[in-house]
Design a protein around this ligand. Sequence first.
Ligand code: NYM
Length: 212
Amino acid sequence: SGGKSESRGALIVLEGLDRSGKTSQSSKLLTYLEGLGHSAELWRFPDRSTNVGQMISMYLSNKSQLDDHTIHLLFSANRWEKRSLMETKLKTGTTLIVDRYSYSGVAFSSAKGLALEWCKAPEIGLLSPDLVLYLDIQPEKAAERGGYGGERYEQLEFQKKVAKCYQVLHDASWKIIDACQPIEDIEKQLQEIVLDCVMTCQKGKPLSNLWS
Ligand code: NYM
């Protein structure tokens, strides 16, 4: 069965340290999928456009102070407020390229010393990505790229801790991409993996929830 109208979109997440190239590769992927005639959208977390997102943005730019647990739950709430729209989009055939997701939430908060299991708990029940692409870069290399914008977390010593937390968090299903390759090489690799995932989802791979 299954005409094109019945097939669902794929939930594709890009993760990595600050300055790993996620944002530019995300938009290249969108252009690529649209060029092939797929329905696709680019999303990012935090989504700063919502009320919760504005609280997060204030915190990141050091205009407000919040307890570590509080900001963790706000990042999670920011994903929960988009969950139903996300599900609708996927079920109606739109692929979502998402720049950061629950893994950023857990990696950045556990890098501050919060317990890993506590950090994961509020993410339970969010949609599970069909694909996690990890743009792998040494913290020192990312720092050399410059352009740390002066937001909270954008410091080498902290990014080293985040890198360690991502290592604990990742599983065999993640695709680890060497983010120090030429941009075009990274782009090609991502295209191949993403297209394969989009096809698998079109063929009827069911949606599932975190953590699975
Ligand atoms: N961040 C992002 C978190 O600490 N928790 C989260 O759940 C998410 C989604 O926000 N340094 C951090 C990672 C980044 C910062 O993200 C802002 P971006 O991609 O620079 O807008």
